[in-house]
Design a protein around this ligand. Structure first.
Ligand code: SAM
Length: 222
């Protein structure tokens, strides 16, 4: 039966994978992987020896037609990203959209994605929130921040570690230093950490140090 499975994978702790995800990764004809080496480690840990094919942001445009056609013609594939849920600040959207256009069945398994544990444990309201992913790095960044200033739901941002302090400073300048916020770092890993407080307090806690590892910034709504 033709099908594209979207399979979430651990964001740190390799035990965070469902039994169904493991069964599907074993049963499909092909695993499309953003990072074949990392996916290889995960498969090996669970004694799965399936075929993988590289599918990342630099080749997804080129292969979307070919892969969706192969699925339409009967192959069953699983798409995994480097970590978390494919399509969430990761490649996947183009292939998913094309499969749906071709009326190929697409099924996304529930599973790890970094922003959910970050939001829930942040202590900020988690009943209504807006996921912004990565802000534009240069052009349009301040405009986006200005628009978010008026947002009254909790705001979730992905940010690379070497830009976290600068981003917190920009948020503080735009939203005001007293806005409640949280920095969630290295979730599910040994050095998991939550720094909670106002934007000013978090900046003071960080001092001169750039936080290490993967980070999510959460800011309380207006
Ligand atoms: N697909 C992933 C998901 O479902 O969350 C997101 C991938 S995106 C390329 C990588 C970003 O996600 C990192 O820069 C960081 O902001 C966040 N992230 C991923 N894993 C994380 C972790 N273990 N702890 C904190 N943030 C994480």
């Amino acid at each position: 039966m033709s099908k594209l499975y979207i399979v979430p994978t651990p964001i740190g702790n390799l035990e965070d994978i469902t039994l169904r995800a493991l069964r599907i990764l074993e049963d499909v004809d092909l695993v499309l992987a953003e990072d074949t080496r990392k996916t290889g480690i995960l498969l090996k840990k669970h004694s799965i020896s399936n075929k993988t094919l590289s599918h990342h942001k630099f080749n997804e445009h080129m292969f979307v037609e070919q892969l969706s056609e192969r699925i339409l013609n009967g192959e069953v594939m699983a798409l995994v990203s480097e970590a978390g849920t494919p399509g969430i600040s990761d490649p996947g959207y183009l292939l998913i959209r094309e499969c749906i256009r071709k009326q190929v069945e697409v099924e996304c398994l529930p599973g790890p994605t970094a922003y959910v544990p970050a939001l829930v444990a942040s202590g900020l309201p988690c009943d209504r929130f807006v996921f912004e992913g990565f802000l534009p790095q240069k052009k349009g960044r301040q405009k986006r921040l200005n628009a978010l200033k008026e947002e009254n739901r909790t705001i979730i941002l992905y940010e690379s570690p070497h830009r976290v302090s600068k981003c917190l400073l920009q948020l503080s300048d735009t939203f005001g230093k007293d806005r409640p916020a949280c920095l969630a770092r290295e979730l599910t890993k040994i050095h998991e950490e939550f720094i909670r407080g106002t934007l000013e307090e978090i900046l003071l806690r960080l001092g001169e140090k750039q936080p290490k590892g993967e980070c999510i910034i959460l800011v309380g709504g207006k």
